[in-house]
Design a protein around this ligand. Sequence first.
Ligand code: 3PG
Length: 306
Amino acid sequence: MKVLVATQKPFAAVAVNGIREILEAAGHEVVLLEKYPAQEDLVAAVADAEAMIIRSDKVTSEVIAAAPKLRIVVRAGAGFDNVDLAAASARGIVVMNTPGQNSNAVAELAIAMMIFMARTQFTPATGSEVQGKRLGVQAYGNVGRLVGAKARALGMHISALDPFLTDEQIIAGGADPVHSLEELYASSDYLSIHIPALPATIKSIGYDLITRMPKGATLVNTARKEVLDEDGLMRALEERPDLKYVTDVMPDNYAALQEKFGLRVFATPKKMGAQTSEANINAGLAAARQIVDYFATGNTRFQANK
Ligand code: 3PG
């Protein structure tokens, strides 16, 4: 089978080599499309692809229509909001993710971002310590639990909200269960967002929640920019000069935020939570193995569009 590895933000070379080895050993052919400048390049490249490995690359209905032989798409990572699941399902194309494989990298970045903001972006200004502060974790899944564990080791107190977990499960994960967003935001000196971008979560975090945060609080977003209501964030930061926002998913209004709020906001130029060679290897190789397994045995574990 022809497997297209399409990554606008490429995997580390060591991960690409591993992906190639796994797929070629199983008799598949690998075509690499990295750092492509425009979506048209992806549309053109899928013409004869039977399988795809992607990251945040956009598999739209147009891409699917241009890929008549496509049978499986594996998103090497967690979020699959970049894939048009309905269009894929309509064609019988299996869409999978690789849950958990890049979680540690994202969790480490969330912790690093908290400390970066606590230390005023590493300027000489007097900062603060995270020890003894309360961290709220919004969604206690693969990434959220790792953030909680690392923050506990730093002496932070952890609260978590997760509608899919019982209180007992959250307590077993080392956090105090919280039952509403209002309560979570109101009690968190640091709030780390780990929810997916879904119709119900898009623009769900805005002025009302953000302004509930305690004095001096920091909001950390390593999830998706879409879950934030950017106008609400702007208003909240305007009204509350003590609040800070840090993210690796740059808001569309970042230039305006930076101009107004300086060191109180920070965004990385690219989404970089999962950008470690370890995460690239874990997620990329898992994706390659899932494709080999799907064609060999029909295994659809991790299918997102069942
Ligand atoms: C994910 O959903 O797995 C993360 O957001 C990482 O995305 P990336 O592969 O584009 O870095």
